[in-house]
Design a protein around this ligand. Structure first.
Ligand code: XIL
Length: 342
């Protein structure tokens, strides 16, 4: 049988190609899946493994088991690991809720960064040091960090990460930060960090977009404006949602779930949507290639449609088709379009 072309080889001279990985994929239970990942990707981001709730479950307890496994997996298969993420308002350890003093939050904040970034110093290629600190209007998002530490927590996080892991690239990551207002807030953050004499190497644009509605102009403006600050630009969590924006599912008890009746595409994507998805990915990769001197990495949020978080978010039981490979790792029309650009 003919081999499926490799994304990482196809774009070798242009930018890195990454995927999100989670426990099930790195324990190498499925050798075919492992080989597939190693053939397609040269970068990876832990989808959940290194988030604070999992890696720092108790005030004085850290659990590096899965993170270390991911580092080994990366070494073995020539995949560079982007740590994700040191400071984020979400997926925090539950004990944080009980902390109500500035001193304790400051202690958690500093200990967490020192310990986790220190543990992976020389092992990860880069860190998403701070994730999603901004509101849509470009102001700072309400969070336990903003509340107790003030706006400077972002710069402080980068300072501490740099100390704990001096050779690691350090990034700020967010969604919708290609939109003008949020982008302006993001540019201010980068400038503030640099003005404080602290290093920031890149800005990550998550890239959770919607089929037929890719904001190409805003994306291009963002690539140009971020690069002008002297930082790398990355697309860090790329997927294109194909389900209608107003897709709600059904109200089952307390929570919304998708069911047979409400799922718009329970078993397959209609051809018209499949073609639109392909056109969207083609347009995006065309843009990335046009700015390959500025764009250093494109990471998909999942290996294939079966592993995508969008099957369960924001409601359980949806069936989504947002990636380049289908549920059997077979290339979709979008994959063919992307490969054909080279
Ligand atoms: C998501 C994961 O994909 C899910 O498995 C998890 O339940 C919630 O988090 N922005 C981010 C990612 O920076 O960490 C999020 O990942 C998706 C949105």
């Amino acid at each position: 049988a003919q081999q499926i072309p490799s994304l990482k080889d196809t774009f070798k001279k242009d930018f890195g190609i990454g995927t999100a990985l989670n426990n099930a994929q790195i324990d190498e239970r499925d050798p075919q899946m492992t080989a597939f990942i190693a053939r397609q990707f040269n970068m990876a981001t832990p989808e959940n493994i290194m988030k604070s709730a999992l890696i720092h479950p108790g005030w004085d307890t850290y659990d590096f088991t899965m993170g270390d496994k991911l580092i080994d997996f990366g070494r073995k298969h020539n995949i560079k690991i982007n740590g994700h993420t040191l400071i984020w308002h979400s997926q925090l350890p539950p004990f944080i809720r009980g902390i109500k003093s500035q001193d304790s939050i400051r202690t958690f904040f500093a200990d967490h960064i020192k310990t986790v970034a220190g543990h992976y110093s020389g092992k990860v290629y880069s860190w998403d040091v701070v994730n999603e600190a901004l509101n849509e209007d470009g102001t700072m998002r309400k969070s336990v960090f903003l509340q107790y530490l003030g706006e400077d927590f972002v710069t402080e996080a980068f300072r501490l990460a740099q100390q704990a892991s001096p050779k690691t690239e350090l990034y700020y990551n967010d969604y919708n930060n290609e939109q003008p207002k949020k982008r302006a807030g993001c540019i201010e953050l980068v400038k503030k960090i640099k003005a404080a004499g602290v290093r920031i190497d890149g800005v990550g644009i998550q890239g959770h977009w919607h089929v037929g509605k890719i904001p190409l102009q805003d994306i291009e403006e963002s690539i140009i404006q971020y690069a002008a600050l002297g930082v790398k630009v990355m697309f860090t969590e790329l997927d294109i949602e194909v389900l209608p924006r107003n897709f709600q599912g059904a109200d089952v008890g307390q929570r919304m779930v998708a069911n047979e009746q409400s799922n718009p595409y329970p078993t397959a994507l209609p051809d018209s949507v499949q073609q639109q998805l392909a056109a969207d990915y083609e347009a995006l990769f065309k843009l990335f290639l046009k700015h390959k001197d500025k764009v250093t990495r494109v990471t998909f949020w999942g290996v294939n449609d079966a592993n995508s978080w969008l099957n369960n978010w924001p409601i359980r039981g949806r069936t989504s088709y947002p990636l380049l490979f289908d549920r059997n790792n077979q290339p979709k029309p979008a994959f063919e379009k992307v490969i054909a650009l080279k």
